[in-house]
Design a binder for this molecule. Structure first.
Ligand code: PMV
Length: 351
């Protein structure tokens, strides 16, 4: 290409799965379909500065929250190796990757979804600037752009492919929605007003390093005694959840979402080796949520990722009452009283 240098900048959010992705094959192909709410406040902001270089190696520096960072380099190196066939200009440039998160690094909130999607989007913007002879209509260009960004993000971290767009994204081939194993697809159907602007309060129970990396975690599903049944269940839950999102059935939403979270943890408890990733305070919070729901009929539920933190989900209309409950009854179980208020969002943005 003839382009000597330039820079691009994107912000990309985290997402929270309602039907969980757990188990993958070669090339980050999921064993089962998943669906997530795209978040809004928890995001990564990444600027990619590129400059033509000689030589045929990958060359990049990482600056994380203003400081040169070596720790992220191996992950990015692996990412570059996986995607270079699709973005051949990678070896033509030196990259400075300047990145920061809106949430604290040591919060136990995985930054891989927001981080990898932001980086993938930056690379796609560079592709647009350096690639010659592409004549696409505006519509073709935007769907190509989103799809390929999601495709690349998937190769960085599976769940990252669900962070490009909002508000609900499906990833993994299934019979009930338009979908692919290769990239996330925005749920096209109009969802019920009950699920618009849904709220997610992320209670930070344990801010430490993940006890089980997701790479190790997904591998636990190989030869897992309940794997096939679980993958089938994810298909069924996704199909029903889609109907629920359209019909507005909050009771059923709560049942499916909580069951998915507990099933994810059940898979970890029943694998070999086995893990318990909840902490005592995770259970305290779950029990408090169940008590509160029984007493008040609030449409509040929890979900979990592969860790101890609790995502508390509830409708926008119940915000005041639920935050009052969180402040008076749940904050005590959070590490240093720390929690993050988020809402469902519309996806990544070019800056
Ligand atoms: O994207 P990964 O490989 O870090 O896997 C994440 C898996 C879960 O967060 C536990 C579930 C999900 O669907 O996001």
């Amino acid at each position: 290409t003839n382009v000597e240098s330039g820079k691009v900048k994107w912000e990309s959010p985290s997402n929270i799965a309602l039907v969980k992705y757990w188990g993958k094959r070669e090339n980050q192909i999921p064993e089962n379909p998943s669906i997530s709410f795209t978040l809004s406040n928890c995001k990564t902001i990444t600027e990619l500065i590129y400059r033509k270089k000689a030589g045929n190696d990958f060359s990049f520096d990482v600056i994380f929250e203003g400081k040169k960072n070596e720790a992220f380099k191996p992950k990015i190196q692996t990412f570059f190796e996986r995607i270079e066939a699709y973005v051949p200009f990678l070896r033509d440039y030196h990259f400075t990757i300047e990145t920061s998160n809106t949430f604290p690094h040591s919060s136990g909130i995985a930054s891989s979804a927001s981080g990898m999607s932001a980086l993938a989007l930056c690379l796609m913007s560079i592709e647009q600037e350096v690639k010659e002879n592409v004549t696409l209509s505006a519509v073709e260009r935007s769907s190509y752009f989103n799809q390929k960004s999601s495709f690349l993000a998937r190769l960085g971290s599976g769940s990252a492919c669900r962070s490009i767009e909002g508000e609900l994204v499906v990833w993994g081939k299934n019979a009930s929605t338009e979908s692919s194993d290769l990239f996330g697809v925005r749920l096209a159907e109009d969802i019920h007003p009950n699920f618009k602007n849904y709220q997610d309060a992320i209670l930070l129970v344990d801010k430490g390093e993940k006890q089980v990396s997701s790479t190790v975690g997904h591998k636990l599903m190989f030869g897992h005694p309940f794997a096939e049944k679980r993958f089938q269940q994810a298909h069924e839950n996704l199909a029903e959840l889609k109907d629920v999102l359209i019909s507005g059935n909050q009771k059923r939403f709560i049942e499916i979402v909580e069951s998915e979270a507990l099933t994810l943890h059940a898979m970890m408890m029943t694998s070999m080796p086995y893990f318990i990733l909840m902490k005592p305070n995770t259970l305290q919070i779950i029990n408090k949520i169940w008590e509160f729901r029984a007493k008040t009929d609030a449409n509040i539920c929890f979900t979990l990722d592969a860790g101890a933190n609790v995502h508390v989900l509830f409708p926008e209309g119940e915000r005041e009452k639920v935050y009052e409950f969180i402040k008076t009854q749940l904050v005590a179980y959070c590490q240093n009283g720390h929690y993050i208020c988020d809402t469902v969002g519309k996806g990544a943005k070019k800056l």
